[in-house]
Design a protein around this ligand. Structure first.
Ligand code: GDP
Ligand code: MG
Length: 177
């Protein structure tokens, strides 16, 4: 708080990936600034946001990257993945297609990222339960098979957002810290 000289022990780069409109930018806005926007425009410009927090008495700066409208297949460049120690693979649990695309996002990620990267599968928009198109079991099974952490979230209602980011950061800390 106003301490310019705050010592940062670690900077962890985390990338958000997944189809357009699944809620990546709103998850980030919720986590970094506790904000939410119901008609958010497709992301342009801003590359990443940071949030500094304490894990195990260490100061960790989470640097979270958001695709700048590059969600078309193969449009995300390798610079985006460079140096990432964590990734959140996000789908919209009311859009089956966004879940079916997780396999190819994962393939892209594994092709570009460090092999020790910590990956979390996120089923977002769990506030829209009545419109659910992806059974939780399908996602759990995929996550287990691919060795991913998994959580359902709602950026709108703030459900599990903090928990999801904190658990991936703690996992990264276990590996890197
Ligand atoms: P992105 O393209 O993946 O960055 O998706 P956005 O974050 O821009 O979100 C796309 C749309 O979904 C916007 O209209 C958001 O307000 C909405 N949205 C994002 N997260 C949620 C959520 O958890 N619940 C609901 N109901 N809508 C959401
Ligand atoms: Mg976006």
């Amino acid at each position: 708080y106003g301490d310019y000289n705050q010592k940062i022990d670690y900077v962890f780069k985390i990338v958000l990936i997944g189809d357009s409109a699944v809620g990546k930018s709103q998850l980030l806005a919720r986590f970094a600034r506790n904000e939410f926007n119901l008609d958010s425009k497709a992301t342009i410009g801003v590359e990443f946001q940071t949030k500094t927090l304490i894990i195990d008495n260490k100061t960790v700066k989470a640097q979270i990257w958001d695709t700048a409208g590059q969600e078309r297949y193969r449009a995300v460049t390798s610079a985006y993945y460079r140096g990432a120690v964590g990734a959140m693979l996000v789908y919209d649990l009311t859009k089956r297609q966004s879940f079916d695309h997780m396999a190819r996002w994962l393939e892209e990620l594994r092709g570009h990222a460090d092999k020790n990267i910590v990956i979390m599968l996120i089923g977002n928009k769990c506030d829209l339960g009545s419109l659910r198109a992806v059974p939780i079991e399908d996602a759990q099974e995929f996550a287990e098979r691919e060795n991913l952490f998994f959580m359902e979230t709602s950026a709108l209602e703030s459900t599990n957002v903090e928990t999801a980011f904190m658990s991936i950061l703690k996992e990264i800390y276990q590996i890197v810290g």
